[in-house]
Design a protein around this ligand. Structure first.
Ligand code: ZN
Length: 256
């Protein structure tokens, strides 16, 4: 990549960080069933509206030394973290796919998965208001932008939703309690819409490996709580899906 191309990555990062700022709003408000449009951002402690110059993604957090402009209450590190992660996602996707319509779809996909992951971490739910429209929107993007055949999209959704539905059903029949949320089922269906059957299988495999490693880690760190801890599956499925976007081609080539 030439140095001139490298310069275009700066606006890409800034754009990504601004999207990340909006994701923070969604992560905080959607599970609380609040509007994501109005009112504008306010400090949760002193309730003062945050002016635009104190709401610049990543930058403002450091300029304000992590404290509210008015009441100096500490601001969660999560805000700049989500903004920076979204900006980095934009840069990595552009490096891999160029400034193309395809890259825009993968960025929207990554941003949606980031939002779902942080909501799942906080609330152990994946809201239907994200996953169900997500299935529809990503099906359309897969068909019109990624040139995926309608059948591949349909099989991806059915496989993604179907596998986890069967797993959840079996768990329920054996243990007589719900082990996997319906949210995970709809999330993997959404992932299937843009990655097809191979993407679903890869995501499920990679997500299970990541989840198991995290589970063992949790048990080693805190043997008493670790065994009982409910590990949200959403972030691990999301990480697996993103890995597939970047390395899926190579994995399939290696396998075939
Ligand atoms: Zn404040």
């Amino acid at each position: 990549m030439t140095s001139q191309h490298m310069l275009t990555l700066i606006p890409v990062f800034i754009f990504g960080a601004c999207v990340g700022s909006f994701l923070n709003v969604c992560i905080h408000r959607i599970p609380r069933k609040k509007s994501i449009v109005s009112p504008g951002s306010a400090c949760p402690v002193c309730n003062k509206p945050i002016p635009f110059y104190a709401n610049i993604p990543v930058f403002s957090y450091f300029a304000l030394k992590g404290r509210c402009l008015f009441c100096r209450a500490p601001i969660s590190k999560r805000y700049p973290l989500v903004e920076a992660l979204t900006g980095i996602a934009g840069v990595l996707i552009c490096l891999r796919f160029g400034l193309t319509p395809r890259a825009a779809v993968w960025f929207a996909f990554a941003a949606t998965l980031l939002m779902i992951s942080f909501i799942d971490l906080d609330f152990q739910i994946i809201p239907d208001v994200i996953s169900i429209p997500g299935i529809v929107i990503f099906s359309l993007l897969a068909y019109f932008v990624l040139d995926m055949p309608m059948s591949a999209i349909g099989y991806g959704i059915l496989t993604g939703g179907g596998i986890l539905y069967v797993v959840a059903l079996m768990y329920y029949l054996i243990r007589k309690q719900e082990g996997m949320g319906g949210g995970d089922i709809k999330l993997l269906a959404m992932i299937g819409a843009v990655t097809g059957v191979p993407g679903v299988l890869f995501t499920l495999f990679a997500g299970s490996v990541f989840g198991t490693i995290a589970g063992i880690g949790g048990m080693l760190l805190d043997p008493e709580k670790g065994g009982q801890m409910r590990i949200p599956f959403g972030p691990f499925l999301s990480a697996g899906a993103i890995m597939y976007v970047f390395y899926g081609d190579a994995v399939i080539r290696w396998y075939v």
